[in-house]
Design a binder for this molecule. Structure first.
Ligand code: SF4
Ligand code: SF4
Length: 146
């Protein structure tokens, strides 16, 4: 597996033409550009190194990091998680779709609270690859009574 594929790449789901550009300014490799402040961001996957800075910086939670084939038959998705308590690595949680509806069980592969992410905690879930188009978040632990 190539280094880029192992680290994954950004997944942009920004559908708004709003004056916003942290994604483009935080990306050091030029993988995200904007033609104007209000334009939707353009993604150049060949330049993405999977650093996740854009995932942490986007105020609209419109960017994810996805890692195809994280394990055989498994997909990984990274997103910002602003709730407490935080999940723990190795914990099994409920993965949900964009509307918060349960999709499948997932395992927490990473919980990253790094200074470079500027107080935004990033959570990575691993789940069956067949759900890659649906999974975008996890059910909050407090909702699960944990
Ligand atoms: S993951 Fe890093 S390199 Fe890739 S688009 Fe986001 S900021 Fe740029
Ligand atoms: S930072 Fe997020 S919301 Fe703002 S333009 Fe970029 S992807 Fe869209």
């Amino acid at each position: 597996m190539s280094e880029q594929k192992r680290r994954g790449a950004a997944l942009l789901e920004c559908c708004q033409e709003i004056p916003c550009n942290p994604c483009a300014t935080v990306c050091k490799t030029g993988a995200i550009t904007k033609a104007s402040l209000n334009a939707r961001p353009e993604f150049h996957p060949d330049k993405c190194v999977g650093c996740k800075l854009c995932v942490a910086a986007c105020p609209g939670q419109a960017i994810f990091l996805e890692t195809p084939d994280y394990e055989p038959g498994k997909w990984a998705l990274t997103f910002p998680y602003e709730y407490r308590p935080l999940p723990e690595e190795g914990q099994t949680v409920t993965a949900v779709d964009r509307l918060g509806q349960p999709v499948c069980q997932a395992v927490v592969a990473a919980v990253e609270d790094r200074p470079v992410y500027n107080k935004t905690v990033l959570v990575t879930l691993v789940f069956p690859a067949e759900h890659r188009e649906q999974v975008r978040f996890m059910k909050r632990l407090e909702q699960e009574g944990r």
